[in-house]
Design a protein around this ligand. Structure first.
Ligand code: DAH
Length: 336
């Protein structure tokens, strides 16, 4: 039995070296030192020995069991202290680590703001496809076949009859085809033009078009709506003016300027010393456009307008290079 005890002693030694945490120490205790453990079994075996063997064997067994009990107690103390010391190193009063959170892109937040201004005065919001047929992008909007906007230099052609839309105005046709007047909607979205990329132009940008068609819609209603919009968006002290212009799909047509809010109309680099900034195109829907959607131009009239979002966002925030909106520099984006 003495041999067995010595063998056990060296086995335990090997196993004890692998104990590295409180859980494995507890497993160790259960296996060897508990009431049903291996030492307890050995003491049962010991009882059966003859009295002359008992003396030596008992001494050995007791010594070894006690030495392991001591080592167990020491290890237990040591492990408890080290786990406590880790806990004591954690300072729960420290501020947490802040995770950076994203923000809404300036183009989207500008669109959201414009949308909510028009939504408040009864315009619905409608979207249309970015790949558009020549018919919707040009023909139904009264562009003559030889109009320069149809030029390869401005338009991305998918094939003979499809283009990447060059403006959001085709959505006006799509709405009017589906619905009888009154029609009152704005149409936000992406548009594409085959332009050389520079500080002032990009080949992708965003527009919002608007249309209102009903009986007896007048140019003064158009002006009233756009002045309301501009004051809501830029502030009520703003000055504005309408200049005659030309678009194939409106007659008469105009452009709206607002007083330059950077120099207060005195003249600066942004307004090119004119004191004015052009913010949108507009006009009365051309009778030919009404005809193309089977609206009777003698019965109905309407106004329309369209604005470029990049331009509006850049002017409002003093941004001078359009490319900065698209190169995803976090230092720029996180300012908004
Ligand atoms: N589609 C024009 C453009 O891209 C903008 C525009 C002007 C839209 C007048 C309109 C409008 O609806 O009435 O430059």
């Amino acid at each position: 039995m003495k041999d067995k005890i010595n063998k056990l002693n060296s086995d335990i030694q090997i196993e004890f070296e692998t104990v590295s945490n409180l859980k494995s120490l507890e497993d160790f205790r259960i296996k060897y030192l508990s009431r049903n453990g291996i030492f307890a079994e050995l003491f049962e075996e010991f009882k059966l020995l003859s009295p002359d063997l008992k003396r030596d064997t008992g001494k050995l067994l007791n010594e070894i069991k006690n030495s392991w009990q001591n080592k167990f107690d020491l290890k237990s103390e040591e492990l408890k202290n080290s786990s406590e010391s880790i806990a004591s190193k954690i300072d729960i009063s420290l501020p947490g680590i802040q995770k950076p959170s994203g923000s809404i892109h300036l183009i989207n937040s500008t669109m959201d703001e414009i949308k909510s201004i028009f939504r408040n005065i009864g315009f619905s919001i409608i979207t249309g496809p970015e790949v558009e047929s020549d018919y919707y992008n040009f023909e139904a909007l009264n562009f003559p076949p030889e109009h320069p906007a149809r030029d390869m230099q401005d338009t991305y052609f998918i094939n003979q009859s499809y283009v990447l839309r060059t403006h959001t105005t085709p959505v006006q046709i799509r709405i009017m085809e589906k619905q009888e007047p009154p029609v009152r909607a704005i149409m936000p979205g992406k548009v594409y033009r085959n332009e050389a990329i520079s500080a002032r132009s990009y080949n992708l940008f965003h527009q919002i078009d608007g249309i209102y068609v009903d009986k007896k819609v007048t140019f003064s209603e158009l002006k009233g709506t756009l002045i309301y919009f501009a004051k809501e968006f830029y502030g009520s002290s703003l000055k504005y003016r309408f200049r005659a212009s030309f678009f194939p799909f409106t007659e008469p047509s105009a452009e709206m300027d607002i007083s330059c809010f950077l120099c207060n109309g005195k003249g600066c680099r942004v307004c090119k010393n004119s004191g004015w900034l052009e913010i949108l195109g507009c006009g009365m829907v051309d009778p030919n456009v009404l005809k193309s959607v089977n609206y009777d131009p003698d019965k109905y009239s309407g106004y329309a307008f369209g604005m470029g979002i990049e331009r509006i966002a850049m002017l409002k925030n003093g941004i001078t290079d359009i490319r900065i909106l698209y190169n995803n520099d976090i230092r720029f984006l996180k300012q908004f």
